[in-house]
Design a protein around this ligand. Structure first.
Ligand code: CA
Length: 228
């Protein structure tokens, strides 16, 4: 899951980015409203953390332009001003949630995860595919009741596939969503991590959940065959 953070307080922006990365997210930063609008319209983000008070264009204007242009990415707005009028304006303009500063990082994380789940039409924090359960709050993965230990990248890959279960996800899309834009990226690395993940999730089970869709990418879904 890749998040865009639009926040002109650079120190706070970097703390948020680091905190998200410690929780298996990836994050890009924009430091003013125009840059944030450009990035949100240009790159595929799973959610946006959008400050209200920004140079060049404020957060409400960014939000309104994005929604007017059909960008429906979940947005959690931040503001130093806790006035009710701001909240109402943000929610009316299509923000998914609203968090007054100062806030605890854990609170932001909870709101962000909730906005992401609602955006994918999957309000429960637990995603299940047959006997595979992913607890997105605790980052706990089990299959047939057995705990599966995953690396941060494996978890990020599984989470993205699970949030899009039943849909083919291309290697390019996976690269876009499980790495930040500064990383060196090579689509072969996706195949390597999918293999690691298969060994942990599917090996030894008759029902294979990670499907290779030839020429297209990967899909997480119920089914007996490894390939479709
Ligand atoms: Ca600000």
């Amino acid at each position: 899951m890749k998040i865009l953070i639009v926040e002109d307080e650079r120190r706070l922006a970097r703390i948020l980015k680091q905190g998200l990365e410690e929780n298996s997210f990836f994050a890009d930063l924009a430091f003013d409203g125009e840059e944030g609008l450009y990035m949100a319209e240009t790159f595929p983000y799973d959610a946006i953390i959008l400050d209200v008070r920004l140079p060049l264009m404020d957060g409400f204007a960014v939000l309104e332009k994005l929604r007017a242009n059909g960008v429906m990415t979940p947005i959690v707005m931040l503001t130093a001003r806790a006035e009710v009028v701001d909240k109402v304006r943000g929610l009316n303009a299509g923000a998914d949630d609203y968090l007054p500063k100062p806030f605890d990082f854990s609170e932001l994380l909870a709101r962000l995860k909730s906005a992401l789940r609602r955006g994918k039409g999957n309000p429960s924090p637990i995603i299940s595919i047959e006997d595979l359960l992913i607890d997105t709050n605790g980052h706990v993965v089990t299959r047939a009741g057995v705990n599966i230990k995953l690396s941060a990248t494996e978890y990020a890959l599984l989470l993205y596939l699970a949030m899009n279960k039943g849909r083919v996800v291309s290697r390019a899309e996976l690269l876009d969503h499980i790495y930040d834009s500064d990383s060196d990226r090579d689509s072969n690395v996706i195949d390597v991590y999918v293999n690691y993940l298969r060994n942990k999730i599917d090996k030894g089970f008759s029902a294979q959940l990670i499907h290779t869709v030839r020429g297209s990418g990967y899909m997480l879904k119920k089914g007996a065959s490894g390939d479709v």
